[in-house]
Design a protein. Structure first.
Length: 193
C-alpha cells in the first residue's frame, strides 16, 4: 500500500514574521537569564566597558553581598579577604586573626549607580559610628581612585556631623584581594534567604 503524498505547507509572510519575532524574543529572554553563558558574556562586556570597582566591608560579608547585588547598576559582586599582609588567606586564617577583613568587591556601572549611591547603601547596611571588636568584621572602604577617596571622605564627614560622633570606618587604598571560598559566594542565594 502506497503512502499518500505529503503536500508542502505554505505559510503566509505574516506568520513567518511572527515566528521569527517570537523566536528572537525567546532568545533574548534566555540570554538575559543569569544562568546563561550569553548573559555572563553580556555582563562581562558591560563591566569592561563602563565599570568601576568598589571594595567595602561592614561585618560578615554574606548580607552586604546579597543586598549590594540587588542594587540597580551593580554588575557583579564577589566576597573575599583584603587588608592583611599574609598571602593566600582562608576563612580559617581570617577567623584566627591574620589581619584580613571579610569584604565585598562590587563591580558597578557609575552611569546607573554613582559611587556615592553605593556608599549610601553601604552606610545604611551597618552602623558606621560603632566599632566592631575584630579586624575580621570591621567597617572599611578600600578606594580604587582619588575620586573614590574624596567621595568617601566627604560622606564620612557628613555622617559624623549628623551623628555627632566620629565615623569609625577605615578608609584605605585598595590592596591585595583574595576571593573567599566558593561556599561563601552568593551564600544567601544558595541558602534560600
Amino acid at each position: 500500500m502506497a503512502l499518500p503524498a505529503v503536500r508542502p505547507q505554505r505559510f503566509s509572510a505574516s506568520l513567518l514574521r511572527t515566528c521569527r519575532v517570537g523566536t528572537q524574543r525567546s532568545a533574548i529572554r534566555h540570554a538575559q537569564q543569569p544562568h546563561s553563558r550569553t548573559y555572563t558574556r553580556m555582563v562581562q562586556a558591560q563591566a569592561s566597558s563602563s565599570s568601576e570597582t568598589a571594595t567595602l566591608a561592614c561585618g560578615c560579608f554574606w548580607s552586604p553581598d546579597a543586598k549590594f547585588s540587588k542594587l540597580p547598576g551593580v554588575l557583579s559582586t564577589r566576597v573575599g579577604y583584603t587588608g592583611g599582609s599574609k598571602p593566600n588567606p582562608t576563612y580559617d586564617s581570617v577567623c584566627s586573626g591574620d589581619g584580613h577583613t571579610e569584604a565585598v568587591k562590587v563591580e558597578f556601572n557609575p552611569h546607573e549607580l554613582p559611587y556615592e549611591g553605593l556608599l549610601k547603601a553601604f552606610f545604611k547596611e551597618h552602623s558606621p559610628t560603632t566599632k566592631k571588636g575584630s579586624t575580621q568584621y570591621k567597617s572599611a572602604i578600600w578606594y580604587h581612585s582619588p575620586e573614590q577617596k574624596q567621595t568617601a571622605e566627604a560622606m564620612m564627614k557628613q555622617i559624623s556631623d549628623e551623628a555627632g560622633k566620629p565615623v569609625v570606618t577605615d578608609l584605605e587604598p585598595a590592596s591585595q584581594w583574595t576571593d573567599a571560598e566558593d561556599y561563601h559566594q552568593k551564600y544567601y542565594q544558595k541558602s534560600g534567604y
